[in-house]
Design a binder for this molecule. Structure first.
Ligand SMILES: C[S@@+](CC[C@H](N)C(=O)[O-])C[C@H]1O[C@@H](n2cnc3c(N)ncnc32)[C@H](O)[C@@H]1O
Length: 217
């Protein structure tokens, strides 16, 4: 591995911000995306939502009409500025800069994190979940959704580290290459990790995406 290629995740997404939503335009993923959107809307219906790592607000825009209230957080101003400029989100969402490992506390009854879990190293997953428990409290619905590895479609895994984290080499439009942690957990790995933090774990899988719901302990 070329050490110059190792990239801080937040910096990578700050650079990628203007192009980020291109990923949601892929024609062959539209049917899965529509189904995921519908499932998400039903799941968080009328809830007071804390959104973690909201990025450019692609998902916020999809469930804004269904949640009771949304506090949407991300570590990057570059992505939040794009989200804030969306007319559908204006005056309807509270956007806040926040590290996913130091979330704002509030009277939330749902926490949503899309395409975030895959970027959390295995050794940091419990700390992330403990932070969500602290921010939202016991009984809160946690909703995670992310990519399944789709052979021939996903960016190949470039390496696996000693802890079992997998990494992809990603190229941005400016030609720069970045090594990014991207994990593709099995259902049993998710259940094992979430089990000590949550109950009633339910997982659904499509071709391109998985979604997990559970109630925080
Ligand atoms: C794969 S994107 C997901 C964005 C959005 N949830 C979506 O699904 O379209 C990952 C996001 O994590 C954010 N991020 C990276 N490190 C973070 C951290 N430590 N805390 C909070 N957000 C972080 C990035 O800025 C980026 O917006």
């Amino acid at each position: 591995m070329n050490p110059k290629m190792q990239t801080n995740l937040a910096e990578y997404y700050a650079k990628r911000a203007p192009h980020y939503e291109d990923i949601y335009q892929l024609a062959h993923r539209q049917s899965d995306l529509l189904e995921l959107t519908e499932r998400l809307r039903q799941t968080i219906d009328n809830r007071n939502v804390l959104e973690v790592a909201c990025g450019t607000g692609y998902w916020t825009e999809r469930f804004v009409g269904h949640a009771r209230h949304i506090v949407a957080t991300d570590i990057n101003t570059a992505v939040l500025d794009i989200a804030k400029a969306k007319p559908a989100l204006e005056n309807r969402v509270d956007f806040t800069i926040a590290d996913a490992f130091n979330l704002p506390e509030g009277d939330f009854d749902a926490c949503v994190a899309g395409f975030w879990w895959s970027h959390v190293k295995r050794s940091d997953q419990s700390s992330f979940l403990t932070g969500v428990q602290k921010a939202c409290g016991s009984g809160t619905l946690l909703v995670l959704f992310d990519n399944c590895y789709a052979e021939g479609d996903s960016i190949p895994i470039a390496r696996t580290d000693l802890d079992g984290n997998t990494y992809q080499i990603r190229t941005l439009p400016d030609g720069t290459r970045h090594e990014i942690v991207k994990n593709f957990p099995t259902d049993s790995a998710l259940r094992k990790k979430l089990g000590s933090h949550a109950r009633d774990i339910r997982i659904t899988r499509q071709r391109y995406f998985w979604m997990l719901t559970c109630l925080l302990r």
